[in-house]
Structures are given as C-alpha cells and as structure tokens.
Write a protein that binds this ligand. Structure first.
Ligand code: MG
Length: 434
C-alpha cells in the first residue's frame, strides 16, 4: 500500500471579481453574496479504494475481481459532500482511468469550481459540462456538490432530483460463469432473493444456449434480459441472426449488442427485432440520447450517471425519454454503497419504470463503504436522510484505501490557465507516490 498526502499551496494574488462574476453576484442570497466577497477555499480528498468482489464479474471485456473506485470528500463553501468516481486503473472498459481522473479532479475540475465561485449544484453542472469527455470524473464532482448542497438544506438527494417513490424495484446482472450448471445455480439463488429482473451477460459463443437452459429450467414467469456489452458486430450476418433468434425467449430487452458508436446498426436491428432494444454505452449525454431516439435505435434507455456526465444530465435524459414515453432504468457499474445510494435517489424519479441494477450489498462486497442495503421483496428503500442519506464508514474507508491525494484551491487563485499550469506539479506528486 502506498499513501501520500499532497496539499497544493494556495496562491493568493487578490484580484477583483470578473465582470461576469460581479453580475452573477446579484443572483445570490445575502448569505451567498457574503460568501462571494470573502475568498474561500475548496478542499478535495481523493482516495483510491479497492474492494474485493464476492464473486468475480466476467463480461466480454474482461473479468473484474476487485472493484476499484475513487472516493471524493469535498469541503466546499456550501459544506461537505461525498461521491464516488467509478474508474479502473487501466482505460480498457472505458476511456477514463484512476491516475487521469485523480489529476483531472484535483487540478482541472476543482479549480474550475473555485474559479467560478460555484454555490449551487446547477452551476457546478454548467461549469463542469464545459470540460469535454471525462463523464465519470465530472459526475463524481457534481455529485459531491449535490450532496453538500442537499445536506446543507437538510433534504434527501431524491427530493432535490425530483424523486417520486419511496422504494425502487431492483434487478441483477449476472456475469458470465464457467458453465451452464453454475449459471442455473446463480439464477436460482437470485430469484430466491426476490430480484425482479435477471440480466444475463452474453457474448458470441455464450448466448442462445444459456438462454435456452434458463428458460427450460425456470420457465417464462419472470423478467429475463441479456446484456452484450458491445460484443457483437453489426456487419456480421451470423451475429445478427443470433440476436434475432433471441425473440424466441420472451426477453424484456436485449441490451447494447453493438459498439457504442454504431447507432445505425442498432437502428437496423431494432427494425427486425421484436424484443425491445436497450442502449447503455451508446448513451453518453442527453444529446446522444436524443440522437438514438430520433434514429429509433432503441426503445429503452439504461441511464448511468457516471456515463452521462452526472445526475443532472441523467435527469435530463429521464425527462427527454419520458416526454417520448420511452421507459428508462438506472444501470449499475458494480459501485460501492456511495454511488448506489445516489442511484437509488435517481431511480425514484417517475420515468424509471423498469427495475434498477442496484443490488443489495451482499451481492457485491464483504465490506462496503456505507451501511448495507438490504433487499426486501425485490425492492430497496430510497434514502430519506439529508444528501446521500447515509454516512461513509470511516473505518471501512481507511481499511480499503490504497492511495490518497488532497488538494486545496483558493477562490482567489482560480483561472483556467494557472489551473492547467499546475497540473505538472501534481503529476509529479502522483508519480513519486506510485
Ligand atoms: Mg450494460
């Protein structure tokens, strides 16, 4: 285990607020305005955590045995907030990765919030949205601000987002096991636990046979879906025929069969597939969701906040889909309890009509970072406490942390140029620590 703490010195040349910032001042409350005039600091602790998975999760893109994530603890002028950034050490399952996300969070995104003297989550979303890509990092910092703002208001995150239900029906995604008997045992176990939908992970060579085995053993009396994680090719006749054959199994959806950037292949498949087609990795922003729906490339959307750039973008996609009567559901990324609490809040919005991929804690980890979430009759309760609705367990966090970086930024020093300029110093610190 390596551990480092690096505090960025704040650089205080006092300067006048910019004209745009001065104009924005009038929009603040008295309290906010007072804060605006007094330069304040933003402090962010970014801990890299590793949680061993109870059961390794295998997809066509690899096998995950340990869940790696960044845990953010933000100390802002609005108060304290927590969040999780779901990234791996290597950019193989997604473009973002631990070292890059740490650098971006500490030396680009946090200084941006300070530079703009952000005082609301909506403003944080606007400011962070100016940074291209990096949805997971942007989502995490936005969530930390949301949590801080919600805690200060004494409101649960669900109410801030516009949630409408107290409980959320949940399903579970099962990775690819070694053989059919193991798969059948996994399905039996999770049906007994009450999950309202079982999603089988598939790939070429592991698709029709396991589906047939599950339906023959357990019948058609429960919701069954498949998730291909982009493993098939739209230009392969064999792959298209396999996917079309899935209509025989009464599935609730076929999820993301083709690569994320091939909306046209999904639209062509959807023309001939009776089973609803769901998109996951293709939906990286509200704009992409609009494009997918315009192309009729899907009839269901899996919304993952970390993939679309945050909970406010996720809510925008929810609103867009709801206007078109397209059902959505909240997907999962094997997240710790921190993100699953936030995802429960999101999934309480009225358009989340399909079971969320938010399993009980016992499905993932022997030790989680928050109090365990327990499934009751296939549902999880939406947190009602302020912010995320539960506290991060400090002992578990300390035990599972493998690295830590801390950065403090003064609102006096925040301009984009110097922010980027300071990256090299932190890069050096991270290199030394590793
Ligand atoms: Mg998926």
């Amino acid at each position: 285990m390596w551990f480092t703490r690096w505090v960025q010195p704040t650089c205080p040349p006092v300067r006048r607020p910019s004209r745009s910032a001065t104009a924005a001042l009038s929009l603040f409350t008295t309290r906010g305005a007072r804060r605006f005039r007094v330069s304040e600091s933003w402090r962010l602790q970014v801990r890299t955590v590793e949680l061993p998975l109870i059961t390794p999760f295998r997809t066509s893109r690899g096998t995950e045995r340990v869940k790696t994530a960044l845990v953010l603890h933000l100390h802002s002028p609005m108060g304290e907030g927590w969040a999780e950034c779901s990234v791996d050490h290597t950019p193989l399952r997604g473009a973002e990765f631990v070292s890059g996300a740490v650098l971006l969070l500490s030396h680009v995104l946090l200084p941006l919030l300070a530079e703009h003297r952000v005082r609301t989550a909506a403003r944080a979303h606007e400011v962070l949205a100016d940074v291209p890509g990096n949805q997971a990092a942007r989502s995490a910092l936005e969530l930390a601000v949301l949590d801080a703002a919600a805690r200060e208001q004494g409101e649960p995150l669900a109410r801030i987002l516009g949630g409408a239900r107290e409980k959320v029906a949940v399903g579970v995604s099962l990775g690819i096991p070694d053989d059919i008997p193991t798969l059948l045992a996994m399905v039996e176990d999770h049906l007994a636990q009450g999950y309202e939908r079982i999603t089988l992970t598939i790939e070429p060579g592991w698709d029709l046979e396991p589906l047939r085995a599950v339906r023959e053993r357990f019948g058609y009396g429960f919701s069954l879906a498949v998730d291909a994680n982009q493993a098939y090719r739209g230009d392969s006749r064999e792959h298209r025929e396999i996917l079309l054959a899935m209509d025989d199994f009464g599935l609730s959806m076929v999820e993301q069969p083709f690569p994320h950037d091939d909306l046209v292949a999904h639209a062509r498949l959807a023309e001939h597939l009776w089973t609803p087609l769901c998109l996951d990795e293709s939906i990286s922003s509200p704009g992409q969701a609009e494009a997918a729906l315009q192309l009729a490339a899907c009839s269901i959307i899996n919304i993952k906040p970390a993939r679309v750039g945050g909970y406010l973008a996720a809510r925008d996609i929810h609103d867009l889909a709801r206007r078109r009567s397209v059902p959505v559901w909240c997907g999962g990324m094997l997240e710790t309890g921190i993100s699953r609490l936030a995802n429960l809040a999101l999934a309480s919005l009225p358009g989340f009509e399909l079971p969320a991929d938010i399993s009980g804690s016992s499905h993932y980890f022997a030790r989680d970072l928050t109090p365990a979430l327990h499934l009751v009759d296939g549902q999880l309760g939406v947190p009602t406490g302020p912010g995320l609705g539960a506290e991060v367990d400090p002992e578990a966090l300390a035990a599972l942390t493998v690295a830590e970086v801390e950065v403090t930024v003064s609102e006096n020093g925040g301009e984009r140029g110097p922010s980027f300029g300071r990256m090299s110093r932190n890069a050096e610190a991270i290199t030394l620590a590793g």
